[in-house]
Design a protein around this ligand. Structure first.
Ligand code: KIV
Ligand code: ZN
Length: 512
């Protein structure tokens, strides 16, 4: 029987650390449910000690998720570990993931600790964590640039203290596949108790080799856990992409000979949900989930595909969820069809009243747009949490006037902490005027560093999806808004970014 490869998803932790990708509690919960549907083995739900918001999100995920292990990151200190354990209390299966840097550079310059102090702290933290639960992962941050002898001593010691998974990150994306694979193999052969833990890889994509390095860590090194994220979201150039690793191991089972629990048919929905929530657009030629991944434009390819699919296709589009996603809803679709689609998309509304409100919005949208795609539904339910008064800033209505040769003017009505306010402003264009009208009341002082509009489903009849990136006091957030009217979509995106700035005000970064 083939051995199992554990899929550890860190979209909600490492992915969220990518500038602008911060998510609200409800957004994280929705994605966690989709990850459970995808049957990932471990969901790293966040870093409990980083902020109250993250603590609450992990707690909500721990209480809701039944099938996957729920994990929290923690630095190697008692306070972080206790907070992680506290947030995970309600989980059916919980894991604490504690880490400390082991490279000379990080120990000296960042931690200002000697190697002996790091070794002691690593041991002490794993011992402390192990008294709180049995599933403990230890990561040696910047492991790939660490000195081998020291790394072996740390790993042996933490396994003796009870660590059950040993993660060997290439934190800065410096590795190349063959060397990284050999590195893991060498560590496993040198650490005397290496067979007492599962070995894990965690690779960043700075040189575009995160997936190749992870797979080499598995094939050459014998690692049996891969840490990865949906769409490869993550610090800087990102992390190892879950969809690529899963499909590589599945498609090339002849080579890897490993079993996976993942149900790949939910990959596309997960990819879209993460992209829509974070505002990180998926490039069209991205493997597995890009819009062109299964599109054959050239005549020769189309001809080949019509004669025999495997002439140009090594995977079937439907195996990763493409065909399922073509189902569209319209004006005549009833509440049951809507509810079923929500369920298929992994969206669970908080109450029947929320479902009724979302359905009313769906009907409103269907009056303005003949076909409703999954992206439209996801956009609509994302807005639902805003409209339900859970957020500080919520859109109510907008009126604007623009005419050639005249200065555009906009009036925006919104709620701030539940109280309705309105303001009028002029701007260069209707979008600029609307955002200035919002700022009359909010006065955020934030700087806009990105504004982009994308047609959700292709045509001019489709909804415009706007992404806004704001920066304030060193914090960067993305907001996403969708509406057939792109000025309204812009106002909603702007408010969504303001809400994230508001809710992330107290956050501490993991690798700071
Ligand atoms: O990249 C890294 O080293 C990490 C650790 C915290 C696991 O994300
Ligand atoms: Zn990382």
């Amino acid at each position: 029987m083939a051995e199992k490869l554990v899929i550890f998803d860190t979209t909600l932790r490492d992915g969220e650390q990518s500038p602008g990708a911060s998510m609200t509690r409800d957004e994280k919960l929705r994605i966690a449910r989709q990850l459970e549907r995808l049957k990932v083995d471990v969901i790293e739900a966040g870093f409990a000690a980083s902020s109250n918001g993250d603590f609450e999100a992990i707690k909500a995920i721990a209480n809701a998720i039944k099938d996957s292990t729920v994990c929290s990151l923690s630095r190697a200190n008692d306070r972080d570990i206790s907070l992680a354990a506290e947030a995970l209390k309600g989980a059916q299966r919980a894991r604490i993931h504690t880490f400390i840097a082991t490279s000379a550079l990080h120990m000296e310059k960042k931690l200002r600790m000697t190697p002996e102090q790091v070794l002691e702290q690593a041991k002490q933290s794993v011992r402390f964590a192990r008294n709180l639960m049995s599933d403990i992962e230890f990561s040696a941050e910047d492991a790939y640039r660490s000195e081998d002898d020291f790394l072996c001593r740390v790993i042996e010691a933490v396994i003796n203290e009870g660590a059950t998974t040993i993660n060997v990150p290439d934190t800065v994306g410096y590795a190349v596949p063959e060397l990284y694979g050999q590195f893991i193999k060498n560590l496993r052969s040198r650490v005397p108790n290496s067979d007492k833990a599962i070995w894990s890889v965690h690779c960043h994509n700075d040189l575009g080799m995160a997936v190749a390095n992870s797979l080499a860590g598995v094939k050459i090194g014998g690692a049996r856990q891969v840490e990865c994220t949906i769409n490869g979201l993550g610090e800087r150039a990102g992390n190892c992409s879950l969809e690529e690793v899963v499909m590589a191991v599945r498609t090339r089972r002849d080579y890897f000979d490993l079993d996976l629990s993942v149900d790949a048919t939910h990959i596309l929905a997960a990819s879209r949900m993460v992209s829509q929530t974070t505002g990180f657009v998926v490039q069209p030629n991205k493997a597995v989930v890009g819009a062109n991944a299964f599109a054959h434009a050239s005549g020769i390819h189309q001809d080949g595909i019509l004669k025999a699919r495997n002439t140009y296709e090594i995977m079937r589009a439907e195996d990763v969820g493409w065909s399922a996603n073509k189902i569209v809803l319209g004006k005549l679709s009833g509440r049951n069809a809507f509810k079923q689609r929500l369920q298929e998309l992994g969206v669970q509304m908080d109450s029947e009243a929320d479902t009724i409100t979302a359905f009313a919005k769906f009907k409103e949208l269907a009056d303005r747009k003949s076909e409703i795609f999954d992206e439209d539904i996801l956009a609509l339910v994302s807005e639902e949490s805003v409209a339900s008064g859970k957020e500080q800033y919520a859109f109510v209505s907008l009126a604007q006037h623009s005419e050639t040769g005249e200065m555009p003017v906009a009036t925006v009505v919104m709620t701030i902490g539940g109280k309705e306010v309105s303001a009028t402003a002029n701007g260069n264009g209707p979008v600029d005027a609307s955002l200035k009208a919002i700022e009359v009341n909010v006065k955020s002082g934030a700087e806009m560093v990105l504004y982009s509009v994308n047609a959700i489903s292709g045509s001019t009849e489709s909804q415009g999806e706007v992404t806004v990136r704001l920066q304030n006091s060193g914090r960067i957030v993305n907001g996403v808004g969708a509406d057939p009217d792109i000025v309204v979509a812009s106002a909603k995106a702007y408010m969504s970014a303001l809400n994230k700035l508001h809710s992330q005000a107290d956050r501490v970064l993991a690798q700071g």
